[in-house]
Design a protein around this ligand. Structure first.
Ligand SMILES: [Zn+2]
Length: 97
């Protein structure tokens, strides 16, 4: 699976991904920020903490290899690496919710 297209919608706060199998994923910036799995955020969740991300904006998207993204957020957090399977999983979980 590969990402063919990346589109951001800052007005709606949504990241849209086009995948090579024709799938389109939509993920809110808030969802992405709270789902960050870097060591820092994982430790915070483990302590029972939560990430304030209601008005978060996605500032920069950097591809990591061929199928992961490093996302930089407006709160200065830029350590999260999001592998494509994880992004798809998040998008699907949202659809089912
Ligand atoms: Zn993080």
């Amino acid at each position: 699976m590969q990402i063919l297209g990346i589109r951001t919608d800052d007005a709606k706060g949504i990241l849209n991904l086009d995948l090579d199998d024709g799938t389109q994923c939509s993920l809110s910036y808030t969802r992405l920020r709270t789902a960050c799995r870097c060591a820092e955020c994982t430790a915070l969740h483990r302590r029972g903490g939560s990430i304030a991300a209601a008005d978060i904006i996605l500032k920069t998207i950097e591809p990591v290899g061929s199928n992961a993204l490093n996302l930089h957020f407006s709160d200065g957090h830029a350590r999260g690496i999001y592998p494509l399977p994880y992004l798809v999983e998040l998008a699907m979980a949202k659809l089912q919710a």
